[in-house]
Write a protein that binds this ligand. Structure first.
Ligand code: PEP
Ligand code: MN
Length: 358
């Protein structure tokens, strides 16, 4: 074969490749349109009956030289890529996705901003137990220049016989301390019926791990004008977590902060397993601020400092931790809360190491 002949055949091959390229992209556009129609109709993207019909059509019309099985294999790859394209389009359409909004959402909490590249620290007792208890922790924080105060008024407890929180009285205590010390208050609401009332008492509504898929609660907090701190469910995948946040934003509330708080695994050296990679994953996939709760993820006081350092290093917008004036007598989570001197030491460490600059 002369070089000329070879070049000519190669030229023809290039032309065919370009035709295939054009056709494959024409097919992809049709696939996208089908994906949109299916999404509107709430239909499943994958349709095995339809795939079978397409493979049969190929078999009936194949005149060779390729074997039908070879062609079917190639087409299966095209079908797979098409499904992925539809999935990609679908995640692009989520309001929380970074594809939809490339710039970071910054949540404004009075003077403090979460998600602006300047990492924060949220602290406070597990449960609100009394005015004096909350005030002493809050004052120690304020003296250190910290403004973001957490405290549980409604406590989702595993046992119905454990302390369930002070409820309304707890919200009132938080409001009083928050007003007196000019701090931002964060507290968990567990029932949709308590959301509206809470608006008058707290600055951030927390949705806890056990309620991450309480869709009625998500819709309720989505419909109010108050920032929401959404915690990852104990066994929730990233996709489920992101879609839970989507419930909130879809109802109109864009001020959402995501919180990794450990997941349940076979490992029992820690209370939960801190999924540190959740931080960069969530930051890549969404435009929302991401924080790490080092207390509930580890359940161990001795691990609060190293996990907080890891969280800041991996790009968390905030770390959350629990502090109690006397953890030994705390009504919840007594094993992992820091007392005030321990907290001051913790703060000194993260400041000294430059991981926390607040
Ligand atoms: C809490 O932060 O008080 C709490 C109960 O955490 P989680 O929902 O992550 O268990
Ligand atoms: Mn706790």
């Amino acid at each position: 074969m002369s070089n000329e002949q070879l070049d000519q055949l190669r030229g023809q091959l290039d032309e065919v490749n370009l035709k295939i390229l054009e056709l494959i992209n024409e097919r992809a556009e049709l696939v996208q349109e089908i994906g949109q129609l299916k999404r509107k109709a709430g239909q499943n993207r994958f349709d095995p009956v339809r795939e079978r019909a397409m493979l049969d059509l190929i078999a009936e019309n194949n005149q060779g030289p390729f074997e039908t099985s070879t062609l079917q294999h190639l087409f299966k790859q095209i079908f797979k890529a098409s499904l992925e394209l539809q999935e990609d389009d679908n995640s692009k359409s989520l309001l929380v996705s970074r594809k939809k909004r490339p710039e970071n959402t910054v949540v404004q909490l009075n003077g403090d901003k979460i998600g602006n590249g300047d990492p924060k620290l949220i602290a406070g007792p597990c449960s609100v137990e009394s005015y004096e208890q909350v005030y002493s922790v809050a004052k120690a924080m304020k003296d250190q220049g910290l403004n973001l105060l957490r405290g549980g008024a409604y406590k989702p407890r595993t046992s119905p016989y454990d302390f369930q929180g002070l409820g309304q009285e707890g919200l009132e205590i938080l409001k009083r301390v928050g007003d007196e010390l000019d701090m931002v208050t964060i507290s968990e609401i567990v029932s949709p019926k308590d959301v509206e009332n809470a608006l008058d008492y707290i600055d951030v509504i927390q949705v806890g791990a056990r309620n991450m898929q309480n869709f009625e609660l998500l819709k309720e907090v989505g419909a109010v004008d108050k920032p929401v701190l959404l915690k990852r469910g104990m066994s929730a995948t990233m996709d489920e977590f992101i879609k839970a946040a989507e419930y909130i934003i879809a109802n109109g509330n864009e001020n959402i902060m995501l919180c990794e708080r450990g997941i349940r695994t076979y490992e029992n050296a820690t209370r939960n397993t801190l999924d540190i990679s959740a931080v960069p994953v969530l930051k890549q996939e969404t435009h929302l601020p991401v924080m790490v709760d080092v207390t509930h993820s580890t359940g161990r006081r001795d691990l609060l400092l190293p996990t907080a350092k890891a969280a800041y290093a991996v790009g968390a917008d905030a770390v959350m931790t629990e502090v109690h004036p006397d953890p030994a007598v705390a009504l919840s989570d007594s094993a992992q809360q820091m007392n005030i001197p321990q907290f001051e030491e913790f703060l000194g460490e993260i400041r000294e190491q430059g991981v926390f600059k607040g």
